[in-house]
Design a protein around this ligand. Structure first.
Ligand SMILES: Cc1ncc(COP(=O)(O)O)c(C=O)c1O
Length: 1002
């Protein structure tokens, strides 16, 4: 009845015919009105007796914003045709209410939007800053209101603190309100203006589809507006943004940077965000505690406090360092005086005393970067012997050489450098100092006068050993600091905090590895513009994604060494320039994964590293079968290249040794190996062998298969020839349906499905015979991979093989994806099927990245092929390839990698199956060992291509590389190197879990 009443009001006063639904609202009536044209409105009928000034203020403020900043996503007030924005209308009981109408904005509230990316948070900041700008000249008598949500008057909390009983919580709030009290006079001096004053996570709307970036679609509800310094508005939004955010400091940096872009802040304002944010949370928790006392039966009041307490109690952020971060993110001086300090240092460049006692202008640079250096071999573990040798290649009779500032390095392997629970979690890699390598004992001289702040010995492995920090002062009285690490602790007897070191005074010496933390002798020379928040424990390296902060806080110290900045400032290869080069000089159909591609320059086992040293868990690449950069493969390749590398026209024991090793893994009826360069070449050769042996041409193969990129291989790869623009199906090729018992013609509930799928071969054979091609053979990926990681029902392949053989054909098993132990339970896929092929094709993994393919067959087929024409593949069976191929197979055996594939595969399947139970969009989990597929579906069961693409890209954001497959590209493919361990399989499952939650929330 109420709905009909207000629908009528809408019709009569605004001329809008709409269907109404009631929205939440504590005292007022709020309706969503859906107009006949699909347009949505919000009709607001305020509580009887509501202050007119309060509604008038909101109406006028929205109108003001629309006029000043029409692009801002704020609702528009819709005036009645007679030009009234605010009407007084009777409700059903005849009571008069103030009524107004707004247009509905798209999206959902920020609280429910996932993921809350930094880009989204930055946009929230921009919108809020835009609103502040728009409201700067808005005037209304109602703005000067006296209410508890005005942060300037938040001091009321102090008197009420006694309602907070646990002493630890009380102490936190005490702290906050003491800090606030100090701030109050400063706050009072700031100019006031109209502010939104309640940009909480329910008053910000976010729109965007799964694969389209989320964007801010609304800033709503001006009901708490008041006049206050604009920074209060920002701090209130900040107080919600940080709650339950995994990296609140990053979220705050994004928010403040966005706000500053739209509405520039002063550094002093930026410094107030943190204390005001905390005070706002204090207001919230005190207010709800008081309310809970008044309404003891309302559990919601206390529940709503939980995130704020989680944040306040769990907080580890340091206010000073946070201020520096927020300033740096906004491009403001990182600390007061930063510009003056840098200008003075710049002016004095050339006049500082020489740190190493000699001019460094000609000193050579040595790079330890991720790209240029291979230190350390294992980026997750640096043994002390290696640390003591770091940079040995640059050593030249003890001459000084320099290490770069701003250089991403992998030598920082300790868990302390990692910023999360996984090996692929973010880690700090970028060097914030300049290194000078020289002989242990080399004396050092203070570049300028300084007071000792730290002079101590840090004994941890790969720590600083002896370390000194000096405080300096510019003539204008600004302080800055320099740090000298990896020293001989002999200075401990001489120097203590407070001592003065004069400019040019010899004050310390380079330590040897037994004194300096274990490193090759060098000094780590770092500049910092403040120690607030880093105190005596400065980070020597930074997270590459946080360099906006560290570059500002610990700038390039080159000037203090009398060197030009460029000499020591490392610049990693720009990904953009590589991308541009690729676009200019490579074919457009050479595809790149991810819309923001990754550039990978180092690897180790099942991890890869980009040019900034960011680690990625490689759950996609099957080529590095025994792991990236395997030391045994490196050694065998280097050893053979030192000797010679030739071809199969000459005898070499490595060739027969490799053949012997391959055949030892296969049933006895395989006796002959052909070595080629690739899986493609092996399949091309398989076609020739089949034809030579049978005298026929026709081939039968499952749909959606892939066997390589040459003309012949493409002809048997429906995945390629049937694509739009593909060459189409050759008349000597017959396709049969893939034996996919999840989605195909015969499902898992059909006990005869294997035979039924195999039955498709009969018609294919008939068609080939009719066309006169005869049957040369059948080729299939034993478990179709690009077809969607499919495991055919047991009994399928033997039945197919029997039919093919009866028709005179040979059976080819393409084991490029499935062979060599990946399946865990068996070494080859055909073993799982209890099938015996005539030809087995092996590719990519057998070379672990080195180009190598192998075809194995029976004596009889090899003899049919031996028709007098020489078979020769120049690089096939090269000495190098044979050594590498055998080493790969030996490693699989000796490192127990097949067994590892079985164990890790089981763990993964178990985790993925649990996700299948949890999320409706997971339709199927299948696979064996480390050959796994997770099929994503829409609510109607159809293939969820969009979801799959979203998940794949989000996994990459979380530093996990996985692929997608299937005719509709809706199957996630998990196929890591066989070295993967349980921590990493755990990472895959947990990360997938969080991303599937996002999918459900979307
Ligand atoms: C099953 C299968 N066969 C053959 C090939 C072709 O191998 P290559 O790219 O080494 O020529 C591939 C490559 O992806 C494959 O997956």
């Amino acid at each position: 009845m109420t709905l009909a009443h207000w629908a009528k009001a809408l019709r009569e006063h605004w001329g809008i015919e709409a269907e109404l639904t009631r929205l939440d609202g504590e005292y007022d009536l709020n309706f969503l009105a859906k107009g006949q044209d699909g347009q949505g409105y919000i009709l607001k009928a305020m509580r009887p007796g509501c202050d007119e000034w309060l509604v008038d203020m909101q109406v006028k403020a929205f109108e003001h914003i629309a006029e000043r900043q029409p692009a801002l996503p704020c609702p528009r007030v819709i005036a009645s045709p007679s030009g009234q924005s605010l009407l007084t209308l009777p409700d059903e009981s005849g009571q008069y209410r103030l009524v107004w109408l707004l247009n509905q904005l798209p999206g959902r509230c920020y609280a429910k939007a996932e993921p809350k990316s930094n880009a989204l948070i930055q946009e929230v900041g921009r919108v809020l800053g835009g609103a502040a700008k728009a409201l700067a000249d808005f005037r209304h008598e109602g703005l000067e209101r006296d209410f508890k949500w005005d942060l300037m008057r938040a001091g009321w909390v102090t008197e009420k603190l006694s309602c907070i009983t646990p002493p630890e919580r009380l102490a936190i709030l005490d702290d906050i309100s003491t800090e606030f009290a100090k701030l109050e006079p400063v706050l009072a001096k700031l100019p006031k203006q109209a502010i939104h004053n309640d940009a909480n996570d329910y008053n910000i709307m976010v729109a965007g589809e799964l694969n389209a970036p989320r964007h801010v679609s609304g800033l709503i509800d001006l009901g708490d507006m008041c006049a206050a310094p604009r920074v209060c508005d920002l701090a209130i939004a900040a107080a919600y943004i940080v709650l339950d955010h995994p990296a609140p400091e990053t979220a705050l940096a994004s928010l403040v940077a966005g706000y500053h872009e739209a509405c520039p802040l002063t550094a002093a304002e930026v410094d107030m965000v943190w204390p005001l944010l905390r005070m706002r949370l204090a207001v919230s928790v005190v207010n709800s505690t008081l309310m809970a006392a008044e309404n003891p039966d309302d559990p919601y009041v206390t529940v709503s406090q939980a995130p704020a307490w989680r944040f306040l109690e769990g907080n580890t952020l340091h206010g000073g360092l946070l201020n520096a971060r927020l300033r740096a993110a906004s491009g403001l001086p990182v600390v007061d005086g930063a510009d003056r300090i840098m200008a003075w240092i710049e002016q004095e460049r050339g006049n500082f005393a020489s740190l190493m006692g000699e001019d460094l202008a000609e000193a050579p640079m040595g790079s330890l970067s991720v790209e240029q250096s291979t230190w350390p071999q294992n980026p997750f573990h640096m043994p002390l012997e290696e640390a003591a040798q770091v940079g040995a290649e640059f050593e030249d009779r003890g001459q000084i050489w320099l290490g770069y500032y701003h250089e991403p390095r992998l030598i920082y392997t300790d868990a302390a450098f990692r910023k999360g629970p996984w090996k692929a979690s973010n880690r700090r890699t970028v060097h914030l100092a300049v290194d000078a390598f020289a002989r242990a004992g080399t004396a050092m001289f203070a570049p300028l006068r300084g007071e000792v702040v730290v002079a101590e010995y840090r004994s941890g492995h790969l720590d600083y050993g002896g370390v000194i920090i000096l405080r300096h002062e510019t003539p204008e009285g600004d302080s800055f600091f320099t740090l000298y690490g990896h020293l001989d602790p002999e200075f401990l007897d001489r120097l203590k905090p407070g001592d003065i070191v004069k400019k040019g005074e010899e004050f310390c010496r380079l330590g040897d590895p037994s004194q300096n933390g274990g490193w090759a002798p060098h000094v780590h020379f770092q500049l910092a513009l403040t120690t607030d928040g880093i105190e005596t424990d400065w980070p020597g390296v930074g997270d590459p994604d946080e360099m906006y902060l560290w570059r500002a806080l610990c700038p390039n110290p080159a000037a203090l060494l009398n060197l030009p900045n460029e000499k020591v400032h490392y610049k990693p290869t720009s990904k953009d320039s590589v991308l541009a080069g690729r676009r200019a000089h490579f074919g457009g159909n050479l595809s790149l994964t991810y819309s923001d591609p990754v550039m990978l320059v180092r690897g180790w086992k099942h991890h890869l590293f980009d040019e900034w040293g960011r680690p990625y868990l490689d759950a996609y690449n099957n080529v590095p079968h025994v792991g990236h950069a395997h030391p045994r493969i490196q050694a065998v390749a280097a050893d053979q290249l030192k000797r010679m590398n030739s071809n199969t026209r000459y005898l070499h024991p490595a060739q027969t040794a490799f053949a012997g090793k391959v055949l030892s893994k296969l049933p006895d009826h395989f006796e002959v190996c052909f070595f080629v360069n690739s899986g493609t070449e092996a399949n091309e050769l398989a076609l020739r062998l089949a034809r030579a042996h049978t005298g026929a041409k026709g081939m039968v193969t499952p749909d959606h298969g892939y066997h390589g990129n040459t003309t012949g291989a493409i002809s048997i790869s429906a995945y390629k020839f049937n694509k739009p623009g593909g060459i189409g199906q050759a008349d000597w090729v017959e396709l049969i349906e893939v034996a996919d018992d999840y989605r195909g013609s015969f499902r898992r509930d059909d006990p005869d499905r294997a035979q039924k799928y195999a039955g498709f071969v009969d018609a294919a054979i008939d068609r080939l015979q009719e066309k006169g091609h005869g049957v040369a053979g059948f080729i299939a990926e034993t478990f179709p991979s690009v077809g969607g990681q499919i495991i055919p029902p047991k009994g399928y392949l033997p039945a197919v093989y029997e039919k093919i053989r009866n028709a005179g054909g040979v059976c080819i098993a393409d084991e490029v994806q499935t062979g060599l132990g990946r399946l865990g339970d068996c070494y080859f896929g055909f073993e799982h099927q209890d099938a015996l092929p005539d030809i087995v094709v092996l590719g990519k993994p057998i070379g672990n990245g080195h180009p190598l393919g192998v075809l194995v067959t029976t004596k009889a087929i090899a003899e049919s092929f031996d028709n007098g024409i020489e078979f020769f593949s120049t690089f096939g069976g090269s000495t190098l390839s044979c050594r590498i191929g055998k080493e790969v197979l030996d490693i699989v055996d000796e490192e127990g990698l097949q067994e590892n594939a079985r164990i890790q595969g089981e763990q993964l399947i178990e985790g993925l199956k649990a996700l299948e139970q949890k999320y409706a969009c997971v339709g199927d989990v299948r696979g064996l060992g480390l050959f796994l597929g997770l099929e994503l579906i829409n609510p109607d069961g159809s293939q969820a291509t969009e979801i799959c693409s979203y998940v794949k890209n989000r996994m990459r954001d979380h530093r996990i590389l996985i692929g997608s497959e299937g005719p509709k590209d809706n199957i996630l493919k998990i196929r890591p190197p066989l070295t993967i361990d349980s921590d990493d399989t755990d990472m895959i499952v947990k990360t997938l879990d969080s991303i599937l939650q996002e999918v459900e929330a979307a």
